[in-house]
Design a protein around this ligand. Structure first.
Ligand code: BG6
Length: 512
């Protein structure tokens, strides 16, 4: 009885997105992510009336700042980075009343004791009932010690209110370090208290893949190896490393985008339907799919992957320097700024269907999309009229994740007039015009979910480890190679080797 009451209450919160009062503690409060993404997202949630009246934020970082100075800094950031919604001065003033700052070094134990005292005061003055959401937006090397500090100061204990911790990416640097990090976190926290964020899962268009697949009857029967020939996932960025040369040099495109964001997209495209929409039912299916990805043997890596690095070139009408000339990057860097991988999924639904994934910096345009290539019609009925062209125009389903969010189905149609000439045409759904509403940012969605306690769109330990397992052989093999970098000029669609890889398998990259 008690059990079912509790789950009804939880469902009520989840589906109506009503938030309980709480304090959000942000580590790395003076950093870029807090200013650009977190604070605007929290303000926007307040604007929508989604936060409980006593909602409070404690910002923590090393810089000495007063509450007032912190509020001013955050005000400026929110006004600057609030995309497509108005800045309301009155709302800001009341939001800022719940904003506090505490300078502190997370390497120093006394910081956590001071934080516990500060948290108690804020809990009392804002009546948050002890609910606390910790957000770790610091150097990844500090994640474990921060969580240990939280634990040692008694702040992880759920003896008055819930305690949850959001961990930013990157979650580990490879499989071994991801496991070590998990083990250290789990000494302090239960897995259900840990929210590993992957902002791609919070994107409306990625969530919509689930609605598209499982809310409609007509697509699912066509969603398998019988009908789908291959899948291409592209995440092209027209920007470079944007002052993050130091971080990026250690990460590279495979770790920065594929291990996390794009493998989560693969899981969303390829997972089996879950029996319910409960967080663990959905995550069980994602995890199962990630575990089904073929783990390459060392001798398979060269034929199924391509690494690229941009040299100087022209992007968006301007000249840019090559990666090796970026600040914080070694002049002989072997880090890839482009990666393409052919993944195979070993299960009944997807056997022998390649999933081609590519991502890169300084490509000609910003576009993230999934292109499902269907098999051609079994017989080229129109062959006599115009050769085998209909075979060369396969049906394509394009899920456009950004920037022009929508879905297109490409098929061939008869060109009007005498004769039987076929042309490719497109049936388009466009988010903007269909709903005429602003979509919440990924961070708004995910922060709201964490406050409610809905972990559906957060990654779980087994998912993170499965995706590291899938990329680890590539990392290992690449680390032994000396690539002829740079091998594509900024502003081009990556190295020629990426086209060659697909053509060896009888395919070609789409030009989005
Ligand atoms: C981040 C990566 O996780 O995702 C960045 O570290 C990348 O390098 C960014 O630019 C891409 O996110 P989005 O939402 O702009 O596609």
């Amino acid at each position: 009885m008690l059990m079912s009451q509790a789950s009804t209450l939880q469902d009520l919160l989840r589906f109506h997105r009503k938030t309980p009062p709480c304090t959000a503690v942000i580590f790395g409060a003076n950093g870029d992510l807090t200013r650009r993404k977190l604070m605007p997202a929290l303000y926007r949630l307040a604007w929508e009336g989604r936060l409980a009246p006593g909602f409070a934020i404690i910002g923590l970082s090393r810089t000495p700042l007063s509450n007032e100075a912190f509020r001013q800094l955050m005000r400026d950031s929110v006004a600057k980075f609030l995309e497509d919604s108005p800045f309301d001065e009155d709302l800001w003033n009341s939001f800022a009343q719940g904003l506090f700052y505490m300078p502190g070094d997370v390497g120093d134990h006394s910081t956590f004791q001071r934080l516990a005292d500060c948290l108690r005061e804020v809990e009392q003055s804002r009546q948050t009932g002890g609910n606390t959401l910790f957000y770790l937006s610091t150097q990844p090397s500090q994640y474990a010690e921060i969580v240990e500090g939280i634990g040692a100061a008694g702040m992880a204990k759920e003896d008055g209110g819930w305690k949850r911790v959001i961990i930013e990416k990157p979650f580990g640097h490879d499989l071994t370090s991801a496991k070590e990090l998990n083990a250290r976190l789990q000494k302090v926290l239960d897995e259900r208290q840990i929210y590993r964020i992957d902002h791609y899962l919070g994107k409306e268009t990625v969530q919509n893949i689930l609605a598209f697949r499982f809310g409609n009857g007509i697509f699912e029967p066509l969603w398998n190896r019988r009908y789908i020939e291959h899948v291409q996932i592209t995440a092209a960025e027209s920007i470079g490393v944007e002052g993050r040369g130091g971080y990026y040099q250690e990460a590279g495109a495979l770790r920065d985008m594929i291990q996390n964001h794009l493998l989560q997209v693969v899981a969303t495209i390829a997972m089996e339907p879950s029996a319910t929409f409960s967080p663990d039912a959905v995550r069980d299916e994602r995890a199962k799919l990630l575990r089904s990805i073929h783990v390459m043997k060392p001798e398979e890596v060269a034929a199924n992957t391509v690494a690229g690095q941009y040299g100087p070139g022209r992007v968006g009408g301007g000249q840019v320097v090559g990666f090796r000339e970026e600040k914080g990057v070694r002049p002989d860097s072997q880090t890839e700024t482009y990666a393409a991988v052919r993944f195979m999924i070993e299960n009944w639904r997807w056997a022998n269907v390649p999933f081609y994934i590519r991502t890169g910096k300084y490509l000609p345009k910003r576009v993230t999309e999934v292109a499902i290539h269907y098999r051609s019609a079994p017989l080229a009925v129109f062959r006599n009229e115009f050769g085998d062209n209909s075979q060369a125009m396969p049906n394509l389903l394009i899920l456009r994740i950004q920037p022009e969010e929508g879905i297109s189905l490409k098929f061939v149609s008869k060109h009007p007039g005498a004769g039987m000439t076929l042309r490719p045409v497109s049936m388009d759904f466009n988010y903007g015009s269909a709903f005429g509403e602003r979509s919440p940012s990924a961070y708004e969605t995910l922060l709201l979910d964490a406050i409610i306690g809905d972990a559906t769109l957060y990654t779980r330990q087994d998912m993170v480890e499965a995706s590291w397992t899938a990329v680890q052989p590539i990392l290992d093999y690449w680390s032994t190679q000396k690539f002829p970098f740079p091998n594509y000029p900024a502003g081009a669609w990556g190295p020629a080797a990426a086209d060659e890889m697909l053509s060896r398998y009888g395919h070609a990259w789409r030009r989005p």
